[in-house]
Design a protein around this ligand. Structure first.
Ligand code: F6R
Length: 261
């Protein structure tokens, strides 16, 4: 796992955009996350497209998760959110942006279908991840099997409370979601997890320096051969080994870059 620490959330977004852009080419399969954390990275990528320095033509994009029961056109469905925050501003066809179908009355069938779509795509080249305050990635809450696949999950009350800011009230937050499993996410060739703010400091410490454990789903990154964590000083504030992470980045061989192994 490579841990990159930046002074500010803006600097996290610039580095994340650099790492992500290294994978963007016709035919690339890109894994996107919703939530607040990646928004600044999406803005940076949109800026590069508008400046003519980056093109998403010919790419496919796959979301991590979706609320169950929200109509696709609901402004807080992840279908709508990713279009509003990112994909409607770049040169990718709408039909090439995929997510689990939270409107399917048979969530099990929707989950299987999404796994099939991911498999048929040839696999995700780079997956953006945020992390929940309780260590979740996607909507794999603590106790999720480390080898789980796309399925229905019940949100943790902490996640319901965290996400209430996007809805009129906590009551309106759906309790159920479809999410790629930890095994599904782990099949991506490169995992890039972003974390900003003090509220993520415990989760970042646990995922990077705690045990590999279903209790901290994001710790599954420790088992992945190519994981990059990019966080700001506040999110890195509880890490014990920061001197080494900074030393490793300072002494990174120039040829190595961030995109490849
Ligand atoms: C969203 C997702 C979630 C979020 C996480 C952090 O697609 O899968 O795991 O990444 O809840 O959310 P923010 O970034 O809003 O703190």
């Amino acid at each position: 796992m490579e841990i990159l620490i930046r002074d500010t959330p803006e600097s996290v977004a610039r580095t994340a955009a650099d790492v992500f852009a290294a994978h963007v080419r016709p035919g690339a399969v890109l894994g996107l996350a919703t939530g607040s954390t990646p928004v600044a990275t999406y803005k940076e990528l949109i800026f590069r497209v508008e400046a003519g320095n980056l093109s998403f033509r010919g790419c496919q994009a796959f979301l991590l998760d979706e609320y169950v029961g929200l109509p696709k056109e609901h402004e807080q469905s992840y279908h709508s959110t990713i279009r509003r925050e990112f994909t409607s501003h770049i040169d990718i066809d709408d039909a090439d942006v995929h997510g689990p179908d939270g409107t399917n009355p048979d969530p099990h069938a929707a989950a299987l279908d999404y796994e099939k779509q991911l498999k048929n795509s040839g696999g995700v080249d780079i997956q953006i991840l945020g992390v929940g305050t309780n260590g979740h990635i996607g909507f794999n809450e603590p106790s999720s099997s480390l080898n789980s696949h796309t399925r229905l999950k019940t949100l943790h009350p902490q996640t319901v409370a965290d996400n209430a800011r996007f809805f009129d009230s906590e009551e309106d937050v759906p309790r159920h979601v479809l999410t790629q499993g930890l095994g599904t996410i782990s099949q991506a060739k490169h995992l890039m997890l972003l974390a900003t703010g003090e509220g993520k400091a415990d989760a970042v410490q646990a995922l990077a320096e705690g045990p590999l454990s279903a209790f901290c789903p994001a710790s599954v990154l420790q088992w992945h051969e190519h994981a990059t964590v990019i966080c700001d000083e506040a999110a890195a504030s509880k890490l014990a080994n920061t001197d080494y992470y900074r030393f490793a980045e300072t002494h990174k061989p120039e040829w190595q870059g961030f995109g490849g192994l």
